[in-house]
Design a protein around this ligand. Structure first.
Ligand SMILES: C[S@@+](CC[C@H](N)C(=O)[O-])C[C@H]1O[C@@H](n2cnc3c(N)ncnc32)[C@H](O)[C@@H]1O
Length: 405
């Protein structure tokens, strides 16, 4: 299968590893933007689930579908509790009974085993999740299929998968999945109104290579499903019907607007700016970023008024926050206020004002790079979380479902 070859190629390149920081699969955006944002979307539901399990003296079982290198293990066990700054995890040590990762790629499973194989309660298994024997196992409490995993499926396969999960799980079980967003700026050239005849993107894992990879390497392409809101709702309604109404959609949210993997490659849209690389730099300690380069120049596409309005609004707020922060750092005049500034932007401005003031008094090596810029990264992420509409305007379109019985 093309996708198995493509992931094996990525593994052989040496760039499909953890902790790369500025480039590669596990870069700063993945760690500090995407993983954390997913965790923040999931947290309110997960906290309720964990509280119910604790009341019953039970522990949590997690099934990671398309686990790849097993990073779902770290993702679920790292989500912070909402109540305090004491850095407690929602899933405290000892609360996780069992984590099982399944994937069709042996190379990725070996990598998962190398990284997480020592975790007592984690196992990795070679299996096709569309053929998974749910009925042969005890039900799980939390199902993951993150980072575009469901885009490998046809809609019919996903309907069957979701309804199988619903049928074989208990009341309150959670499912968090995502698809590639249909209206991400990364592939604006592929935007369409004809969803029926334009479902797939020819995808390459080119983003892990310095300079985009397509010129230097003969990469394997495979097909991934692009999804917008109405398409997810259609899949959901079918799954719900098939599962006797035992699954409910709790959240639909965009993740990684303007910072998706293919912003830097500009492979699907030549006007993309390398914003992922720049936001990676914001999060990197001891590295100052040229803030002028982080400003977004959004070019709308005719015929997509609603989607353009969302992207333009987000870009305006993003740019205002960057310009304001730059003015604070330079001690110059702050820019004119935007008309009807959203609350999330006003809060971010206030946070940046406080942090710049505090940073000036701190005796640390490079307070701008290690304190102010990471905070700016978090504020940009917060803008996305508050402004997004769940239309498929980010690299990922995230859905959270709950089993209701
Ligand atoms: C984009 S990666 C996501 C990996 C991982 N979930 C993460 O958090 O990074 C998609 C993964 O799904 C796996 N996959 C695709 N179709 C599958 C199937 N039918 N059964 C099991 N795994 C599958 C691929 O091998 C790949 O590892």
């Amino acid at each position: 299968m093309a996708e198995i070859d493509a992931y094996n190629e990525a593994l052989r390149s040496g760039h499909y590893q953890k902790n790369d920081g500025l480039l590669g699969k596990y870069d700063n955006v993945r760690r500090f933007w995407e993983d954390e944002e997913l965790g923040l979307y999931l947290r309110p539901y997960l906290e309720q689930l964990v509280a119910r399990k604790e009341e019953r003296g039970e522990r949590l079982r997690v099934l990671d579908l398309g686990c790849g290198s097993g990073d779902g293990f770290e993702f679920v066990t790292s989500i912070s509790n909402s109540k305090s700054l004491i850095s407690e995890r929602v899933i405290k040590p000892g609360m996780l009974e069992f984590y099982k990762g399944v994937d069709i790629n042996e190379g990725l499973l070996r990598q998962a085993q190398d990284i997480y194989g020592n975790e007592q309660n984690a196992v990795f298994v070679l299996s096709d999740f569309n053929d998974y024997g749910f009925s042969k196992e005890q039900p799980y409490d939390l199902y993951l299929a993150n980072y575009g995993t469901l885009s490998h499926n046809t809609d019919e396969q996903t309907v069957e998968l979701l309804s199988n999960i619903a049928r074989h799980s208990k009341d309150g079980a959670l499912v968090i999945v995502d698809w590639l967003g249909r209206f991400s700026y990364e592939w604006q050239t592929l935007w369409t109104r004809d969803f029926e005849h334009n479902q797939w993107i020819d995808y390459a894992i080119s983003y892990i290579y310095p300079g985009g990879g397509t010129k230097q390497h003969q990469l394997t392409y495979f097909q991934l499903r692009l999804m917008g809101r109405s398409e997810v709702l259609q899949v959901y309604r079918q799954a719900r019907r098939r599962a006797g109404r035992s699954i409910a959609l709790r959240k639909l949210a965009d993740r990684s607007s303007f910072v998706g993997r293919h912003m830097d490659t500009a492979q699907y849209h030549p006007l993309c700016q390398p914003l992922r690389r720049l936001v990676n730099s914001l999060f990197e300690p001891n590295l100052c970023t040229n803030l002028d380069e982080v400003l977004i120049l959004y070019i709308p596409r005719d015929g997509f008024t609603e989607v353009n309005t969302y992207h333009q609004r987000f870009a305006d707020c993003w740019n205002y926050l960057i310009t304001y922060t730059k003015a604070l750092l330079e001690g110059s005049k702050v820019p004119e206020a935007l008309a009807e500034m959203p609350l999330s932007l006003r809060r971010s401005l206030s946070a940046m004002k406080d942090i710049v003031k505090a940073a000036a008094k701190m005796k640390i090596g490079n307070a701008r790079a290690s304190l102010v810029e990471p905070q700016l990264g978090y504020c940009l992420r917060e803008l996305e979380m508050k402004l997004q509409q769940g239309w498929g305007c980010g690299h990922g379109l995230v859905a959270i479902f709950e089993v209701v019985k």
